[in-house]
Design a protein around this ligand. Sequence first.
Ligand code: UDP
Ligand code: MG
Length: 315
Amino acid sequence: MHLSVVVPCMNEEASIPGLVARLAAAVAPWKDRAEIILVDDGSTDGTWAAIGAAQATCAQLRGLRLSSNRGHQVALTAGLEAAQGERIFMLDADLQDPPELLADMMAMMDRGHDVVYGRRIERQGETLFKRATAFAFYRLLNMMSDVPIPRDTGDFRLVNRRTLDAVLAMPEKARFIRGMFAWAGFSQIGIEYVRAPRELGETKYPLRKMVRFAVDAMTAFSTKPLKLATRLSFASLAVAALMMVYVIRSLILYQTAPGWASVVMAISAFSGVQLLTLGILGEYIGRLYVEAKNRPLYFVADELEPAPPVALVKR
Ligand code: UDP
Ligand code: MG
């Protein structure tokens, strides 16, 4: 098998036919040396049926249905583990990442790169809020992270077998795939593209999932938030010391007790710092707990194997 395409799909019923058609065209040069793996991440609509129906139009199609919704990054992991190809191409189901870029990416990999990742130079049709939070996220992530993670880069990429094996060898349960590929190293190069608007359906990343994703990313690649917690504590101690001086001075100079305002402010400021610090500690402890439980990331409920080549079908 030369090429595997991996696509996580959650409630993408409407996108599947168009997706499969464009992917089939993109992998046409590799014919039966290519496979397309669609991972149904516990969809509640007709995604699985749509994958089954699409198989009639595309013999290279394989389907994998997870036992429940495990999230984008785990669904992607499931597909990557099932992939048999020497080169692995991953993209979103909603066609925001153009499958047609595959040819260029393959050519770049032929020149000796291990990873060719897509860099979004423009995001079309996304809300100002999404663009602003994404912009801030990639910059903040790079400030925090111990490994440089390419900015404005999603999971849209072509990787070769040795890089994929490196990433699959990482046992962590909190998956942040693009960071794991960055951490793996090898020779990586970016290709710029314009991110199209989602064609059909709506985003599967509500704010709640975005925040989870961001916290996973930050804590998975850095212990700097822990250091930040320490620094915040020192800073608040310094302020507390100044407050002491102020309070003692006031007690000596004026006989009346100083107003309650400063007390209330001090209490709220310091309890804020304490809660934040505890929260950061909690994030890491929670992660240790999840890793210690060491549960399997997902279960496969159903599999759809490619239709056998016509010559092998019994008459
Ligand atoms: N996705 C998934 N499981 C989830 C959420 C999303 O498999 O729990 C898939 C989704 O079907 C899509 C990809 O992850 O193929 C990216 O999601 P989406 O396009 O909704 O995110 P956005 O582009 O809005 O950030
Ligand atoms: Mg999308």
